[in-house]
Design a protein. Structure first.
Length: 190
């Protein structure tokens, strides 16, 4: 009798172990919303890509990364100021469930102390301005400063056209650069 109970207990333990080992494999193929990965829309993947990029610990105001999704294939575009950021962004996006392929077309900006000085000066000019204090205290401030060969490009989103103009004007008048391009978008209300 004791040996039969021992055999039954061993069989139950093995069955529980098999079930336990198969659950992560099944969970890997489904998401918290109970949608199989193959059924995820490009919009859902795009949201996951944007979230993953924002959560990258070294994501800062001197990088600008955009991603497009087409049938599970992600294309990353934009510019980064450190060479290793390009590889990191590609690896982060490749780990997102449902991503089939990553085309990493991020440009690495030239390493330059001149450009670094312009970046810091532009950041101080914008984020020390009382109008942009609410942006400055955010985890991921919405105005990004891309500097390439002495030229500044402002990217991101601001609340209204006046903020867009003031950001550009402050950089033009307070930062020694070759030129300023204002690609800031105005937040759409409603």
């Amino acid at each position: 009798m004791f040996t039969e109970v021992k055999k039954l207990s061993t069989i139950l333990c093995l069955a529980a172990l098999c079930i336990t080992l198969s659950v992560p494999a099944m969970a890997k193929d489904t998401l918290s919303k109970d949608f199989p990965i193959s059924y995820r829309s490009d919009n859902q993947l795009a949201e996951d890509v944007a979230h993953a990029i924002r959560m990258y610990p070294r994501y800062d105001i001197f990088d600008w990364v955009e991603g497009t999704v087409d049938n599970g294939d992600v294309t990353l575009t934009g510019a980064v100021h450190e060479p290793f950021h390009k590889d990191d962004y590609g690896k982060i996006v490749a780990r997102i469930p449902g991503v089939k392929q990553v085309r990493n077309e991020l440009r690495v900006l030239p390493l330059s102390t001149f450009d670094d000085r312009i970046r810091r000066a532009a950041a101080r000019t914008i984020y020390r301005n009382p109008m942009f204090t609410a942006y400055a205290i955010q985890t991921n401030p919405p105005i990004h400063i891309i500097v390439e060969n002495g030229n500044v490009t402002l990217k991101g989103v601001v609340a209204n056209p006046m903020e867009k103009q003031i950001a550009e004007t402050k950089v033009r008048t307070n930062v020694m650069s070759f030129g300023v391009t204002n690609d800031l978008k105005v937040e759409e209300l409603g």
